[in-house]
Ligand binder design. Sequence first.
Ligand code: TRP
Length: 337
Amino acid sequence: MKIILTGDRPTGKLHLGHFVGSLRERVKLQNSGEFDKIFIMIADAQALTDHADNPEKVRENIFNVALDYLSVGLDPKKSTLFIQSQIAELFELTAYYLNVVTVSRLERNPTVKNEIAQKNFETSIPAGFLCYPVSQAADITAFDANIVPVGEDQIPMLEQTREIVRKINDIYGEVLVEPDILLPKNQICRRLPGIDGKAKMSKTLGNCIYLSDDSKILAEKIKNMYTDPLHIKVSDPGHIEGNVVFTYLDAFCEDKKIVDDMKEHYQRGGLGDVKVKKFLLEVLENILSPIRQRRADYEKNPDEVLKILREGTENARQKASEVLKRLKRAMKINYFD
Ligand code: TRP
């Protein structure tokens, strides 16, 4: 069996960084027909580990993220879309996994460490936040997932999941499936820069193009995009390194030959930023307009979106409850069977 599980925290709308880093790949995997099951989770419980005081934000973004999923082409007939907090089994699994993880191991997780520094949590780390990698191990193993397509920042989570799986299997017998990570192949897609040229597109930095941006906003953002500050006159030779417009063409334009020719012309001199930006706008419009269209259709039909999530969650819960039963049997805590 080939089973995929992945997901996102619903703390904001998804942007082009998410699109090249994961969404586009998920749709490809889904349509390849190579997988027996695909689970895509909206990780609201994980979002609450650092938003306990702001549940409205999480709630509102469940719908945003669901729309993002559906609009990029995740198809509820092929992929199970579900909401983490509605699957109680995940929390039960987490409780048992916590017993095979040490506090010092939790404190060593590099991604969690970074987040703690970013959020100034040092002196008051919510225990739930420190433990979220364990709950993530539950998310993955509850579905017998063996393939987890995620971004680079999730490498430590997968390492920790694999450790937990091995410990549990060691103690209770082969009961959990050990997952593999699937990273984006292309370096640019692993970390798309922001429109301001900063290393990463991120909501906090305010340098994003969102999947839900309309044509006008998109054009405006591209117009203000960071290029080569030394390229002043059109006739000047330009630099493509760190030039976001070219980075985006590499990430989004299928026709590599056109991009290579433009790069060559730009470096030689005689190709203006306005022209290159106009081409990028065309490329992105071609990608984003069908996405916008699907979003508009689903936006008109919120009941349909809710139904997709409800059915997906029921379906996911079924699977998670089988795995939990299997673990409890292996742990010999199935007293009433
Ligand atoms: N940590 C992921 C994120 O921040 C979300 C997530 C939660 C996840 N559980 C997961 C991803 C399990 C992959 C597998 O986006």
